[in-house]
Write a protein that binds this ligand. Structure first.
Ligand code: SAH
Length: 418
């Protein structure tokens, strides 16, 4: 029996892509096989970029149509904001799995859709090109260092995955070697040679993961070289990115997304703002300059720690963070008759909760800005918000994931009649 594997790991973008691929049968015309393989030899097998066969304009039209259909009952859409420059190689977080082929040669690449079969690649049209080059170097260096690839069936071998995170603005590069055994023969030499070949690398981390799991990263990180994290800038603020941090994967479009969300929030410098589902505090920290006070709420403890550190590093003093379920926290605020002028919400793919929406009916913020990575749950939540008196005033799709069917949407809601 084939095991059900998920190649994605806890981050909403990858999951969004997966959801998108499930709908591919309905969306696109199939070009001839020869044409597909010219674009990418792995097209159709790896399941990463299901829209690769369409021009970028066609991709955007395709997404606009899908989101319009889903959100028709709640409002009219603005035209989708696509990438201004090249829509390729935007992924700042790149992960390849390592294994061997039938002849025992080391291979590395993405997983075939819904399996753990590796599709060997040398580059990917969605992924950062520096990251791709480093991954190929690691793969090619392994035999001369007698480093083996992990075998999921036997549980033996050394290197399981390599995760590379690149910072768009600062150019910093983090390499995370995910290993299944702590014995790393020739470690110092390997690091020296890798750094010589790629002086752009700014930190190398060893992550230990010996579990039978679909999660890429294990819990333990050991810094092998450098600071153990990278820093990037978004909308003029600096953010620290550790191996486990959530960080939007398309930096160029993230600035467009956050800029749109904050503009729609209509802040004048006085408002009390809630940044719900705040991750490492990015939206709230960027919005804080224009607000009276911001409270970020986030379930993940490590993200909240990062958010507090990010606020300090940017000297943002009018923001605080709460670790907990956003719906429960909002209910507590509502029960204590606390108010909020603007609620920014950016929930995961599953959308928001009934408790969250119930609390909004009590707190009655002037404006709600809903940032969604899954238009289907957005449509559901907008219906719920309609029942408590909120209407969609503006709906702006933003293309965060060219080549895939996933679409991000920013929606401004206000009280009906206002
Ligand atoms: N706004 C951030 C993060 C968005 S991703 C950014 O742009 O980077 C969604 C976030 O919601 C994740 O950080 C996830 O950990 C968090 N989350 C998921 N369920 C939650 C819940 N019930 N309450 C609060 N936060 C939650």
């Amino acid at each position: 029996m084939q095991r059900e594997w998920k190649a994605s790991y806890q981050h909403k973008q990858t999951a969004g892509q997966k959801a998108a691929t499930e709908k591919k049968q309905t969306a696109k015309p199939e070009p001839p096989v020869s044409q597909q393989s010219k674009l990418c030899p792995a097209f159709g097998r790896c399941g990463g970029c299901t829209l690769l066969n369409l021009s970028y304009e066609e991709q955007l039209a395709n997404k606009q149509k899908r989101v319009t259909e889903l959100l028709k009952p709640v409002g009219k859409l603005d035209p989708i904001i696509g990438m201004k420059g090249s829509p390729w190689h935007y992924r700042n977080k790149v992960h390849w799995a390592f294994g061997t082929d039938r002849k025992g040669k080391i291979i590395a690449g993405t997983y075939e859709e819904s399996t753990h079969r590796i599709v060997p690649i040398n580059s990917c049209k969605l992924e950062n090109e520096t990251a791709n080059r480093i991954l190929c170097t690691i793969r090619d260096l392994m035999p001369s260092f007698h480093l083996t690839a992990y075998n999921e069936n036997t549980g033996r071998g050394f290197l399981r995955h390599v995760l590379i995170r690149t910072a768009h603005q600062t150019g910093q590069v983090m390499v995370v070697l995910v290993v299944a055994t702590k014995v790393f023969p020739g470690k110092n030499n390997f690091i020296r040679v890798l750094r010589e070949k790629h002086p752009e690398i700014t930190t190398i981390v060893l992550n230990y993961n010996d579990k039978f799991t679909s999660m890429v990263l294990g819990e333990q990180n050991t810094v092998l070289w450098g600071k153990g994290y990278i820093e990037d800038e978004l909308c003029g603020k600096r953010f620290r990115i550790s191996p486990h941090s959530f960080y939007q994967i398309n930096s160029v479009q993230t600035e467009v997304l956050y800029g749109t969300a904050i503009e729609l929030a209509g802040l004048t410098g006085k408002e009390r703002v809630i940044d719900a589902y705040c991750g490492v505090g990015t939206i709230g920290i960027i919005a804080a300059d224009k607000a009276g006070a911001v409270i970020g709420v986030e379930l993940n403890k490590a993200a909240v720690r990062d958010a507090i550190g990010n606020a300090k590093a940017n000297e943002v003093k009018n923001i605080s963070f709460v670790c907990g379920d956003a719906g429960e926290y909002m209910e507590e605020l509502a029960a204590a008759s606390e108010r909020a002028d603007v609620v920014l919400m950016d929930p995961p793919r599953t959308g928001s909760s009934e408790a969250f929406i119930r609390s909004l009916s009590v707190m009655k913020p002037k404006r709600i800005v809903y940032v969604s990575c899954e238009p289907e749950t957005l449509a559901r939540d907008l219906e719920g918000l309609k029942k408590i008196g909120y209407r969609a005033k503006k709906i702006v799709p933003v293309d965060m994931f060219p080549g895939t069917e996933a679409t991000e949407v920013v929606c401004l809601l206000g009280r009906a009649g206002n």
